[in-house]
Design a protein around this ligand. Structure first.
Ligand SMILES: NC(=O)c1ccc[n+]([C@@H]2O[C@H](COP(=O)([O-])OP(=O)(O)OC[C@H]3O[C@@H](n4cnc5c(N)ncnc54)[C@H](OP(=O)(O)O)[C@@H]3O)[C@@H](O)[C@H]2O)c1
Length: 283
């Protein structure tokens, strides 16, 4: 009999790609969304911040894909989902965490994810944790500037980052969800792209895909923060991004792993492919 899989974060980057990756597989998919009009397929309305809204979505589910958005309430959202899962007799949770999640991570996102990773590990459910690196899709935030000026500005200095295409994260999640529940139980996978790149190299790859020059401009934390807040990014998120930028500028993100290839049996997507596939967005 098909297993029933509940997808959280269903309108976001990774979960949308996950639903595509699971398309046609022998699973019974359902989604948890805050606004039911935004969901596709078998939709359950619910808010991870409101535990009373969750039981109907979790009832009869075997597997939960657990993605909690960044924010100060992230551990509470994870806790509410795990509690609903336990109450409903869910068998397995596959959780999206973040690269370097640890109690001493140099950024609040990594420290908050560490709390939820630990709670998940002790939940009594079967669990697998994915810790992906910086998403290539973050570059889409710079698409407007790149299209308009051929430049993008970050406070990452000469950082080198093993950035990953979110579609590969989704395919790794699909692989885990489609394998036997015991196969990946108790495993934490650090997922990266194939190469650690500077943003000058990123600009070069984007330029080659777009057939015109793209330049990376290094800016200060203050300049980047001013522009993010100007675009309406909440202060908490701007602070979090600044902590990441500092960590990356100091070399913290300069790593790659072979885990995507181990899970998928093929190398991870590279930036050239990402740039080609998203050329329209940058033009
Ligand atoms: N960006 C990176 O480089 C990076 C790297 C590693 C890990 N991560 C992790 O990836 C996660 C974000 O993934 P993403 O970029 O795919 O997400 P995203 O595109 O930002 O989407 C967030 C999703 O969460 C939903 N959501 C927000 N608040 C909710 C609530 N209270 N209850 C239920 N659902 C809620 C949103 O639904 P609505 O439509 O209702 O808003 C949306 O579907 C974070 O945990 C982050 O730490 C990110």
């Amino acid at each position: 009999m098909s297993r029933t899989v509940l997808i959280t974060g269903a309108t976001g980057t990774v979960s949308t790609a996950l639903m595509k990756a699971l398309d046609g597989a022998d699973v019974d998919l359902r989604t948890l969304v805050r606004d039911a009009s935004k969901g596709t397929g078998k939709v359950f309305a619910g808010d991870l911040g409101d535990p009373r809204s969750l039981p109907p979505a979790f009832e009869g589910v075997q597997d939960v894909w657990l993605l909690v958005p960044n924010g100060p309430r992230a551990p509470e959202h994870n806790m509410n989902a795990l509690w609903a899962a336990r109450q409903a007799g869910v068998e397995r949770v596959v959780r999206l965490s973040v690269i370097g999640a640890a109690h001493d991570a140099p950024n609040r996102s990594g420290r908050l994810h560490a709390l939820s990773d630990q709670e998940t590990e002790r939940s009594g459910l079967r669990w697998t944790i994915l810790r992906p690196h910086y998403f290539m899709q973050n570059l889409l935030n710079e698409a407007g500037d790149i299209a308009a000026t051929g430049t993008f500005s970050l406070n990452m200095a000469a950082a080198r980052i093993g950035l990953i295409d979110a579609r590969d994260i989704a395919e790794c999640a699909a692989r885990v969800l489609l394998d036997d529940p015991d196969r990946h139980h108790g495993r934490t996978y650090t997922l990266t792209g194939p190469r650690s790149l500077t943003f000058d190299e990123v600009a070069g790859e984007l330029g080659r895909a777009l057939g015109r020059s793209v330049t990376y401009r290094q800016v200060s934390d203050e300049v980047k923060r001013g522009s993010l807040v100007g675009y309406g990014v909440p202060e908490w998120i701007a602070d979090m991004l600044e902590e990441y930028a500092r960590a990356y500028a100091s070399g913290w993100g300069d790593l790659t792993t072979g885990t995507v290839a181990d899970l998928l049996g093929r190398p991870p997507r590279d930036l050239a492919g990402f740039a080609r596939d998203h050329a329209a967005a940058f033009s």
